[in-house]
Design a protein around this ligand. Structure first.
Ligand code: ACO
Length: 313
C-alpha cells in the first residue's frame, strides 16, 4: 500500500513532527521519550561523542579504502565498555557512528562536538555548517532511513548476531551489506546514472529502452523495490524536500531535471507499469545529498547514519 510506519506511526508524521533521536528512542523502546528521558538520552550521546585517536589514525592511514569499508572496520576498533546497560549501549553506538561518519568528511577531525542535537552536531562535525535549514533536512533524511523491516543489511546483522558474535561485529557486517549497489549503494549509482544520461544530451528514451532490454545489463537505478509494489513513500518525502530546498536556495540542478524526466517517462511506460517499478528512496536522496555538498562516496555512509537506530534496535 506504500505505507511506512515505525511502531505503528506513519513516517510522514515523524518527519514533520519529531527529531531523529525521538524516533530512535521510539524504535528502541516502543514509546516516545518524555522530556526528561530525551534530555538523558542527549546527555549520554553527547558524553560518548568522542573516539580514541588510534581509530582516527586508522581512517587517515587507510584512506584508500572505500568509505563503507572504513566504517565497517572502524566500528570494530571501538572499545565498548562492559558496564553499560542496553539503552546506554544504544546511545554509545549512535554517538560513535556519528563521529566515525564525520571522519569521512574531516579526516583531521578539526572540529569537536558542540551540540546535543544529533543532526546539528553532525552538520557541524562533517559539513562545518551551523544552519537550521540543513539540520532540518538531515533530520528528515535520518528519520526516513532509520528502519526498514527485514531488509538485506538488517538480515545480515541478525544472521551474524545469531551466532552470539558481538554487536559491533554484527554492525560491521550490516555496513558491508548496505554498501552493495542493489541496496544502500544505489544512491551513489543513481547520481552516476543521472550524470551519464545528462551528459548524453538527456536522451531519456535511449536509457528507458536500455533498461527494458534483457540483453543489456543497464537498470534504472533507484527504481524498483522488493516490498513496495505501489510506491515508496520515502521517495515522495525526499522529492518534496528536494523541491523545497532547491527553490528556497535558488538552486537549479540539471540532474534534478533529468531525474524528473526519467521518472515521468518510466511511470508512463508499460514495462515499468506492468512490473510495478517505481522510484525508491535512493532515486532522489542522492540529488539532495549533492545539493548539501556531500561527496558521492559519502552517500551510503549517510544512509547508514540513519539506519544505525534500526540495526541497534
Ligand atoms: N530497471 C529495469 N528493470 C528492473 C528494475 C530496474 N531498476 N528493477 C527490476 N527490474 C525488472 C527485472 O529485470 C525483472 O524483470 P523480468 O521479470 O523480466 O525478469 C523484474 O523487474 C523483477 O525484478 P527483480 O530483480 O526480480 O525484483 P526484486 O523485487 O527482486 O528486486 C530490486 C528489487 C533489487 C530493488 C530491483 O528492483 C533493482 O535492482 N533495482 C535497482 C537497484 C536499486 O535501486 N536498489 C535500491 C533498492 S532500495 C534500498 O535498498 C534502500
Amino acid at each position: 500500500k506504500g505505507i511506512l510506519q515505525y511502531r505503528g506511526i506513519d513516517v510522514f508524521n515523524l518527519v514533520t513532527e519529531k527529531s531523529y533521536l525521538e524516533v530512535a528512542y521510539l524504535l528502541f523502546k516502543g514509546t516516545f521519550p518524555s522530556v526528561k528521558e530525551l534530555t538523558m538520552m542527549k546527555t549520554l550521546i553527547f558524553a560518548h561523542s568522542n573516539v580514541d585517536k588510534y581509530v582516527q589514525r586508522f581512517f587517515q592511514n587507510y584512506s584508500y579504502l572505500s568509505t563503507m569499508n572504513l566504517l565497517s572496520i572502524g566500528i570494530t576498533l571501538i572499545k565498548e565498555p562492559t558496564d553499560i546497560d542496553d539503552f546506554e549501549r544504544f546511545c554509545f553506538y549512535l554517538a560513535k557512528h556519528k563521529v566515525l561518519c564525520s571522519y569521512l568528511f574531516d579526516p583531521q577531525h578539526t572540529r569537536i562536538s558542540f551540540s546535543e542535537d544529533y543532526c546539528e552536531d553532525f552538520a557541524y562535525l562533517s559539513l562545518n555548517k551551523k544552519d537550521n535549514s540543513i539540520t532540518k533536512i538531515l533530520n528528515a533524511l535520518l528519520i526516513i532511513h532509520a528502519d526498514h523491516e527485514q531488509n538485506c543489511s538488517t538480515t545480515s546483522l541478525r544472521v551474524i548476531a545469531s551466532s552470539k558474535a558481538s554487536l559491533k561485529n554484527a554492525l560491521s557486517g550490516a555496513l558491508l551489506a548496505l554498501s552493495g549497489p542493489l541496496h544502500g549503494g544505489a544512491n551513489e549509482e543513481v547520481i552516476n546514472m543521472l550524470q551519464m544520461i545528462t551528459q548524453d544530451r538527456s536522451d531519456i528514451k535511449k536509457y528507458i529502452e536500455k533498461a527494458k532490454d534483457k540483453e543489456d545489463k543497464f537498470l534504472l537505478m533507484g527504481f524498483g523495490h522488493r516490498v513496495y509494489k505501489n510506491f515508496d513513500p520515502r521517495a515522495t518525502i525526499i522529492k518534496e524536500l528536494s523541491h523545497e530546498f532547491f527553490s528556497k536556495n535558488n538552486i537549479t540542478d540539471s540532474l534534478l531535471n533529468t531525474a524528473l524526466l526519467l521518472e515521468k517517462a518510466a511511470l508512463e511506460d508499460s514495462y515499468f507499469i506492468s512490473k510495478y517499478l517505481y522510484p525508491n528512496v535512493d532515486f532522489y536522496s542522492g540529488i539532495l545529498y549533492k545539493a548539501l555538498k556531500i561527496p558521492t562516496h559519502n552517500f551510503t555512509p549517510m544512509f547508514s547514519l540513519g539506519r544505525m537506530a534500526g540495526w541497534l534496535t
